[in-house]
Design a protein around this ligand. Structure first.
Ligand code: PAF
Length: 282
């Protein structure tokens, strides 16, 4: 496994592999790798000749007062996990490599970036789209692996890939959960014991919505209000948003449609968590 910090060097490395007609699968991460990331890496391992993982806590996607400084950094452990999972290339750039002095170019995916998580995290998706565009230009992968847990991120990146003609196939893999339903996230590490148990309200609210839909409820307002009631009973959970939306335009729906996305963000104390479910046939 090669660990490379310099964007030019990793471009040369992936370029050599492309000349040899090797298929490259890429998993972008901010580190603090957990089984959610492992499932992306394992799938990339199965489907490609070369697997590249980036580990970069991207300052451009954190707003003022957010957790950039305290975001968990466990590079040594992450590198060991990559080695164990058969990763070929780890890209570990530093801030100056990615955003050298004078850096001025940003990618904004209009219409999709200011709602839901973007409403409470202004500029977040601009930072995400910018870094992913840069990573795709540096690594030239054939396939890009993302997690469904960050549904809005996956939708925005898929839009960007399409709009800017990146020659990469985007693959979005299911959310990995702990046995009790909590979606895996690097931010779960911030939760204390009591908050960890309150955090279950996110997945419980989604399961409630699924049950209501299975029992025939189609009115989005009513479903959201039942989810709201459930969450509000659990202090210190504080709802940021609950939305039922179409998965392309992220427009709020009045009636449940096949393929619609139910997404929510809830603050548990100081920790903001997200989760979602896709409703299949109705
Ligand atoms: O999901 C993440 O970890 C990040 O947003 C990503 C896609 C690696 C971009 O920094």
């Amino acid at each position: 496994m090669k660990i490379i910090r310099d964007p030019e060097k990793i471009s040369i490395e992936t370029g050599k592999n492309k000349q040899l007609k090797k298929r490259i699968g890429f998993v972008p991460t901010m580190g603090a790798l957990h089984p959610g990331h492992f499932s992306l890496i394992s799938r990339a391992r199965k489907e490609n000749d070369i697997v590249a993982v980036s580990i970069f806590v991207n300052p451009a996607q954190f707003g003022k007062g957010e957790d950039f400084k305290k975001y968990p950094r466990r590079f040594k452990q992450d590198i060991e996990s990559c080695r164990r999972l058969g990763v070929d290339l780890v890209f570990l750039p530093d801030r100056d490599n990615m955003y050298p002095e004078g850096y001025s170019t940003f990618v904004n995916v209009d219409n999709l970036s200011d709602c839901l998580c973007g409403a409470s995290r202004p500029g977040h998706f601009r930072g995400v789209a910018t870094v992913v565009a840069k990573l795709l230009n540096i690594l030239h992968p054939d396939a890009l692996y993302l997690g469904q847990k960050d549904a809005q991120q996956a939708i925005i990146i898929s839009r960007m890939v399409k709009d800017l003609n990146f020659p990469v196939k985007v693959k979005v893999l299911p959310t990995v959960r702990q046995e009790d339903g909590l979606a895996l996230s690097s931010r779960n590490a911030y939760l204390n014991k009591q908050e960890r148990s309150v955090a279950l309200v996110l997945s419980k609210a989604l399961r409630l919505a699924e049950t209501l839909i299975r029992n025939g409820q189609r009115n989005c307002g009513r479903i959201i209000s039942r989810m709201r009631q459930l969450i509000e009973k659990n202090r210190p959970a504080k709802i940021d948003y609950i939305a039922i939306i179409d998965p392309e335009q992220l427009k709020e729906l009045r009636k449940i449609e096949p393929g619609c996305l139910i997404a929510l963000a809830v603050k548990i104390g100081k920790v903001r968590l997200i989760d979602n479910t896709v409703i299949g046939r109705v």
